[in-house]
Ligand binder design. Structure first.
Ligand SMILES: N[C@@H](CCC[C@H](N)C(=O)O)C(=O)O
Length: 267
């Protein structure tokens, strides 16, 4: 069963995008993991399935490289209008998003952040601005859900090696039954934050759009930053704007890399 796919990327966070609107493709954890494999598959951080939607222009399903289906992916959301060649309303498991094409990328209304996380024990649920927990020398992370779950540590001087060591420990801590994306942020100025992200189900990526949103929200909420904030990731910059009570607006690049054909029965 041959099918077409596009390889796309946003700040080096890369995707295999499959248009399944006319030709449905059954996706399983094993199949998604096999396609995402960089040695024996096509290779990507996330697999993106575009399906028909009853409530929006399209439905976007997101599978991490480990095959797990998740609720949100900021960088992939910017790729969808580019893939379809127009502004779009996108149904995701994390909510309804609006993505508008810009020069070289897209701006996305990512919806409102949530702070009342089911995954967090009741003791922390009243206001998760400061979770009184710590790992290693890291403590008091902000917990922000932007469709998917994130913790954000404001910790200067973290390296990729530090993140690779402690990220998986936090991702799989029993405090997070659904696991969690782990953000290590350093505030340089009120409008500029450096960020390294250990992504749930993937590991270190060159950029994480939802991580950038969660980090900007957490920083603004703690009075460490003011919107719009430039989030500097290893793969490049995203601009995030948010104020309490408002939707998060994310702007940044998106790129088409190449198209290909694959026999999906081999995966
Ligand atoms: N790379 C993404 C986030 C993808 C999902 C995440 N790993 C999760 O498990 O929630 C982004 O750009 O937001």
């Amino acid at each position: 069963m041959n099918g077409r796919f596009s390889k796309m990327q946003g700040l080096g966070n890369d995707f295999v995008v499959i248009d399944a609107r006319d030709a449905p493709l059954a996706m399983t954890t094993a199949r998604a993991r096999a396609i995402a494999d960089r040695h024996s598959g096509i290779g990507c951080d996330q697999l993106i399935l575009i399906e028909p939607s009853d409530v929006a222009d399209v439905r976007m399903r997101i599978f991490n490289a480990d095959g797990g289906e998740v609720e949100a992916c900021g960088n992939a959301t910017r790729c969808v209008p580019l893939f379809l060649g127009r502004d779009v309303r996108i149904e995701t498991a994390g909510g309804l998003l609006e993505a508008r094409l810009t020069d070289g990328g897209a701006t996305v209304d990512m919806g409102q952040p949530r702070f009342d996380w089911d995954a967090i024990p009741l003791a922390y649920a009243m206001d998760t601005r400061d979770m009184p927990v710590g790992w290693d020398h890291l403590d008091h992370p902000a917990a922000v859900n932007v469709g998917n779950p994130h913790v954000v540590f404001f910790q200067p001087g973290m390296t990729m090696d530090d993140a690779a060591r402690i990220g998986p420990v936090i991702e799989t801590d029993p405090l997070f039954p659904a696991r969690v994306n782990v953000n290590f942020a350093e505030v340089e100025r009120a409008d500029r934050i450096r960020l390294i992200v250990w992504e749930r189900g993937v590991g270190l990526t060159r950029a994480c759009g939802t991580g950038a949103c969660a980090t900007a929200v957490a920083a603004i909420r703690r009075g460490l930053a003011r919107g719009p904030v430039t989030i500097v990731l290893p793969g490049g910059d995203l601009v995030i704007d948010w104020s309490p009570g408002a939707s998060i607006r994310m702007s940044g690049p998106a790129a088409h890399v190449f198209d290909g054909t694959a026999d999906w029965t081999r995966f």
